[in-house]
Design a protein around this ligand. Structure first.
Ligand SMILES: Nc1ncnc2c1ncn2[C@@H]1O[C@H](COP(=O)(O)OP(=O)(O)OP(=O)(O)O)[C@@H](O)[C@H]1O
Ligand SMILES: [Mg+2]
Length: 452
């Protein structure tokens, strides 16, 4: 029999709920003050607590907090006499199951209680525990996974991190190329040296050139003083060239020279500077194909690919999903000060069966959203929002309406440009008001990336 504790200073409400719930065959305990309630909770750990929000000695939120400390699996329902937005938000943030308004609508009330108890049982029976204690877990830059493909990557990192061989990392977007770069850098000979990253798509050719090589005063308008480029700033560390496929033909030639001769000059400069850093280049394109079609220099490609790491898409290593889920939930708990301790089997199954076009990054964002939506300490199926349409555009699905495709595409673009609307407008070729109204119409929401 489920035990329900009612805490309310109003005797009438207490008696009323008592009669109603004993009729429904629940075991009911009563407390007239918060203090009395807490005492009962610590002695008997009920399954559900129904507490009034405003009481003379303490608030329902205080009760909720204490109950959470005693046993985080106890469900808590709050009763409020009036809509108090702040308290409701606070209560939900702290993991209340729901709140109910006075006067009680008895049928709704009964229904909510039933759901709360069911949800508790579901999470007890069907949940995978995430962890016992996260306080001292180090979650820095660790690559999670134990499939052969990932172990192969560990091995390769081990082989190269103590030399300064250049590395090419290929893999779809969100597979972990940047993470692998950090791990290579931080585990080997370069670890006490700088790691500098350059995104090759973010800048125009001449800006990128000066970013990489530096420039001397007067090299071009605006070059008001000498400036070191990333190759110099990296000292004896690592230069991470992200999206290497995007560099222009001219810069490809200059980069080739850096790789061959291990030296370069600043833009407009005379003196030759030795290149001491290691280059790690990443791409989500197939460089071999770009060489084939003449968009990427073959000699540069051969120089870069001496040591290659191929990162497989997440859908090809689904066995790693549970480990990744646990890893990210810990990380999200820590970052958002949450206390999610379990995920139901159903939810995990959903995650394992999904296609993950956005790879690990998409998984991470989905979990972030799930943690925000889960108001208790359990992630359930309902909290997992999958953009199951997002992979369809490139596929052969002809059952989508234009509006659906439009919504998915806009979302994708916004995520790609990190919600910099100005950039999104350029790509989409629409005006700002149009973009804003579409975001509203399709209810497109930002899923923030908490990676760094
Ligand atoms: N195996 C993994 N274990 C733990 N976290 C991972 C793993 N792979 C990726 N991540 C995380 O997923 C997110 C995306 O990874 P990352 O930025 O390295 O991808 P990327 O390949 O560089 O993507 P893009 O091509 O879009 O730049 C990061 O937060 C990263 O820490
Ligand atoms: Mg990246």
């Amino acid at each position: 029999m489920d035990t329900i504790l009612i805490i309310d200073d109003d005797e009438y409400t207490r008696e009323f709920i008592y009669m109603y719930l004993t009729d429904l065959k629940y075991k009911v305990l009563l407390a007239g003050t918060g203090t009395e309630g807490i005492k009962i909770i610590s002695e008997t750990t009920p399954d559900l607590i129904i507490t009034d929000l405003r009481m003379p000695d303490m608030t329902g939120i205080d009760v909720l907090q204490k109950a959470r400390e005693i046993d985080p699996s106890i469900q808590v329902l709050l009763i409020t006499a009036f809509e108090d937005m702040q308290s409701i938000i606070k209560a939900m943030q702290m993991g209340a199951y729901d709140y109910i308004e006075k006067p009680l609508e008895i049928e709704l009330f009964g229904h909510t209680i039933k759901r709360a108890l069911e949800s508790k049982k579901l999470s007890e029976r069907m949940a995978i525990s995430i962890f016992e204690d996260t306080k001292d877990i180090k979650l820095g830059d660790s690559i999670v996974g134990k499939t052969p493909a990932i172990k192969q990557i560990f091995k390769k990192i081990g082989k190269i991190s103590n030399s300064k061989v250049n590395v090419l990392i290929q893999g779809e977007s969100g597979t972990g190329k940047e993470l692998i770069t950090k791990v290579i850098h931080h585990t080997g000979v370069t670890k006490n040296q700088p790691l500098v990253a350059v995104n090759c798509t973010a800048l125009t050719e001449s800006l990128l050139e000066s970013e990489l090589f530096g420039h001397v005063k007067g090299a071009f308008t605006g070059a008001i003083r000498d400036k070191k480029g990333k190759f110099e700033l990296a000292e004896e560390g690592t230069v991470f060239l992200d999206e290497i496929s995007e560099i222009s033909t001219k810069l490809q030639a200059k980069l080739l020279r850096v790789l061959q001769e291990k030296e370069f000059e600043r833009v407009g400069g005379e003196s030759t500077i030795p290149m001491k850093a290691r280059i790690i280049a990443a791409t989500n394109k197939n460089l071999a194909e770009l060489v084939e079609s003449g968009q990427f220099r073959e000699d540069l490609f051969y120089r870069l690919k001496v040591f290659t790491i191929e990162v497989p898409p997440l859908r090809e290593r689904k066995e790693d999903i549970p480990d990744l889920v646990v890893h990210f939930l810990k990380k999200i708990n820590r970052d958002l000060h949450k206390n999610v301790r379990k995920i139901t089997y159903e939810a995990m199954e959903l995650l394992q069966n999904y296609n993950w076009v956005g790879n690990v990054r998409e998984l991470e964002n989905t979990l972030l959203q799930a943690v925000v939506l889960a108001n208790g300490n359990v992630v359930e199926k309902e909290h997992i929002l999958l953009h199951s349409n997002s992979h369809i555009i490139s596929g052969n699905d002809v059952n989508l309406s234009l509006a659906q495709i439009e919504a998915v595409h806009i979302k994708r673009v916004l995520e790609k440009v990190n919600w910099e609307k100005k950039k999104a407008l350029e790509i989409l070729g629409i005006s700002k008001p149009t973009l804003n109204s579409k975001i509203k119409e399709y209810k497109i929401e930002r899923v923030s990336n908490i990676a760094d």
